[in-house]
Design a protein around this ligand. Structure first.
Ligand SMILES: Nc1ncnc2c1ncn2[C@@H]1O[C@H](COP(=O)(O)OP(=O)(O)OP(=O)(O)O)[C@@H](O)[C@H]1O
Ligand SMILES: [Mg+2]
Length: 338
């Protein structure tokens, strides 16, 4: 035979445990010791593994029957989930642990996502159904009510439209995330165009929109449509969220020395209400809003920053959010310049 049992088990990346005829743990490879602690070897297996399903499977394996059980161990931030293959071997039982935590977590994320999307679509849909019923019944001949309800219905339909559009954007960026853009674009021109496009929105809110660092061309390997989306999402947020009358939103392009060479800092600063620090790490999650009610009122889907984050990732950059409640926020995309 080549190599000892311990050597062979040590070469296996997944946690593997061998239980001997005396019901004690005879071998546990390094992966298993990392998972269950180094004290496992030599102990009675019932002390190491307490889950009844697993203990029952070990008893069965002693009688020659292989089995599989799911083992959930409490952990932070998420529980760990393993599928354990329990195999009879001469003189003992072999346990192999396959880590399903990442899969279980993805499954949970997928379920949350579907639940969120359904909820976001259901709210405007319920409102529309209500108004349609009213228009068909009590308000049939009320011209004033009809106008008003049609206006609300148009708004709700527009919101659903925006949600579907953002979902499509998000799934497109996600699927392209590993593929770095190949074209070279002038970010300065894109910034000028985005600022011009959002100026009317800013003026309506009494907010001054200022652009700095975009006088000369700023070439960058980037996807033009996606960069425009980053700019407009950030500028729109800066204008929308609490910028008081007379405040200024500054869009700035600056070249700086980053840890891995020269980088472009594309930043949008506002003098709005700011964001409490506990929200900051979660802002780029899909559907996360600081004040859900108000954001929906303004037609927000809660997907804007999730899209921005994915686009910045695709450009191998980083998104940094700095904010102080009552003072304002600065969102910066740090993008590597070759
Ligand atoms: N500049 C800002 N100042 C204060 N709060 C902000 C700012 N930008 C974003 N937020 C908060 O972060 C949340 C998430 O922003 P995000 O852009 O992802 O969604 P949204 O603006 O609600 O919807 P959408 O961008 O899809 O229209 C917002 O609901 C808002 O509460
Ligand atoms: Mg937004």
């Amino acid at each position: 035979m080549v190599g000892s049992v311990a050597e062979i088990l040590a070469g296996i990346p997944m946690p593997v445990v061998l239980i001997g005829a005396d019901e004690r743990v005879a071998e546990a490879n390094p992966a298993a010791q990392a998972l269950f602690g180094a004290g496992l070897v030599g102990r009675h297996h019932g002390l190491g593994f307490r889950q009844p399903d697993l203990l029952a499977a070990i008893v069965q394996a002693r009688q020659g029957r292989a089995g599989r059980v799911r083992l959930v161990s409490p952990g932070l931030p998420n529980d760990r989930v393993h599928e354990v293959t329990v195999t009879p071997v001469s003189g003992g039982v072999l346990l192999a642990f396959e880590d399903l935590s990442a899969l279980a977590q993805m499954d949970q994320m997928r379920r949350d996502f579907v639940a969120n999307v359904s909820h976001e679509l259901r709210t405007p849909l319920t409102a529309m159904i209500g108004f349609i019923e009213t228009l068909q019944g009590p308000a049939r001949n009320d011209a004033t009510a009809r106008e008003r309800f049609l206006g609300i219905m148009a708004r709700e339909a527009e919101r659903m439209n925006r949600l579907v559009r953002d979902l499509l954007h998000l799934s497109r960026v996600e699927s392209e995330e590993r593929q770095r853009p190949a074209e070279e674009v002038d970010i300065a021109a894109l910034a000028r165009a985005s600022v011009a496009a959002l100026r009317p929105l800013a003026e309506r809110g009494g907010v001054a929109l200022r652009l700095e660092g975009a006088e000369a061309p700023v070439p960058l390997r980037a996807d033009a449509d996606q960069m425009t989306q980053v700019l407009s999402n950030l500028i729109e947020n800066a204008v929308k969220y609490g910028s008081p009358q007379g405040a200024e939103v500054l869009v700035k392009l600056a070249r700086e020395e980053g840890p891995r060479g020269p980088q472009l800092r594309l930043s949008v600063s506002d003098q709005g209400e700011g964001i409490e620090s506990q929200h900051l790490p979660r802002l780029t999650e899909r559907f996360y809003r600081v004040d859900g009610h108000r954001s929906r009122e303004k037609g927000g889907t809660g997907l804007g920053l999730a899209i921005v984050k994915h686009i910045v990732n695709r450009h191998r950059g980083r998104l940094i959010i700095e904010s102080e409640p009552g003072k304002g926020s600065r969102f910066s995309a740090l993008l590597p310049l070759e």
